[in-house]
Design a binder for this molecule. Structure first.
Ligand code: PEP
Ligand code: MN
Length: 342
């Protein structure tokens, strides 16, 4: 961290400030005294330094971090990829491509079981489905809640597919005990109390990118979970809000290689919420594979026209079949072209 001190700072202010930094944060402070200003270079673990506190000192002109504000999620301190291994055998982040597929919302037993069977047959490794739904309107379907969780568990029993579903509040953590991967939705990406509690459990967390979050803010949310001890975090790019109206959100595919550079955590892509349009899902899935994603989350509904949520972006099982074939074929080619020639 570099701190520029104003030219009118007194010697005493500077001495006290340096001592405070060294004592509070256990860093070494190097000082360069120039004609116009004095520059402090902090060496050590600067992650915990509160920039606001530094900026609040009246003699500080500017502060610049030269190191990322996150540590546990940082590839610099953990060069190898994190591989999240599930008791059911899937290893997310091991270089293979995992597809999580299923309806936006769990609606009925027949629906979830049918979709689960179909997505499994097409090659999906996980069943997704919302039981607690964060809807933009309070008048929209809010999910089947606990009953939805039970239906998901029933579909898991039928098919053997592990389940991924969204949690909305800390008081539900016990209820999610037997969920295989707990999803934190875009709207809760910065619900820090929820993230802290999820940091205390021993279960993979799928952390979606917030609607208007920067990549750094998103990694900081992963850091919240990891700081509590739970290092099994999977990041999910699901599009961000921009001025573009042709799609529901704007899919930021560059986030995939950027995350891979900055962090060791696996990253998957959700082209359904990113585009909001079923006809774009296949092509954006293929693009996500080419961007190096570890997996995909795709909404599939038995009858999209009558879906209780997100019908317009849901594939039919037949469409999913066709898309999955191309996705796995492209992944094979990608591994041959990109991975094996590196
Ligand atoms: C979902 O997965 O159904 C969902 C609500 O996603 P997001 O949080 O990305 O909007
Ligand atoms: Mn949805």
């Amino acid at each position: 961290m570099i701190i520029v001190i104003r030219p009118d700072a007194s010697k005493e202010q500077l001495t006290l400030f340096k001592a405070a930094l060294e004592e509070r944060y256990n860093v070494t402070v190097n000082t360069w005294v120039g004609v116009e200003s004095t520059v402090l270079g902090l060496i050590g673990d600067t992650v915990q330094i509160d920039e606001d506190w530094v900026n609040a000192q009246e003699f500080v002109e500017s502060v610049k971090r030269v190191q990322e504000p996150y540590k546990k999620a940082n590839r610099k301190f953990h060069p190898d990829n994190t591989v999240i291994e599930l008791p059911t055998g899937q290893k997310i982040g091991d270089g293979s491509l995992y597809i999580m597929a299923g309806p936006c919302s769990v609606e009925t037993e027949e629906q979830i079981n049918y979709v689960a069977r179909r997505v499994k047959a097409a090659g999906a490794s996980f069943l997704r489905g919302g039981a607690f739904k964060p809807r933009t309107s309070p008048y929209s379907f809010q999910g089947l809640k606990a009953e939805g969780l039970d239906l998901l568990k029933g579909a898991r029993k039928e098919t053997g597919l592990p389940i991924v579903t969204e949690i909305m509040r800390t008081s539900h953590i016990d209820m999610f005990e037997s969920v295989d991967i707990i999803q934190v939705g875009a709207r809760n990406m910065q619900n820090f109390e929820l993230l802290k509690e999820l940091g205390k459990i021993n279960k993979p967390i799928l952390l979606k990118r917030g609607l208007s979050s920067t990549i750094e803010e998103w990694i900081m949310s992963a850091e919240y979970i990891m700081a509590g001890g739970n290092e099994q975090v999977i990041l999910c790019e699901r599009g961000i809000r921009t001025y573009e109206t042709a799609t529901r959100n704007t899919l930021d595919l560059s986030a995939v290689p950027i995350i891979k550079k900055l962090s060791h955590l696996p990253v998957i892509v959700d082209p359904s919420h990113a585009t909001g349009k079923a006809w774009l899902v296949e092509q954006m899935s293929l693009a996500a594979v080419a961007a190096g994603a570890d997996g995909l989350m795709i909404e599939v509904h038995n009858d999209p026209k009558h879906a209780l949520s997100d019908g317009a972006q849901s594939l039919t099982p037949d469409q999913f079949d066709r898309a999955a074939k191309k996705i796995f074929a492209l992944k094979k080619a990608y591994d041959e072209i990109v991975n094996e020639q590196d």
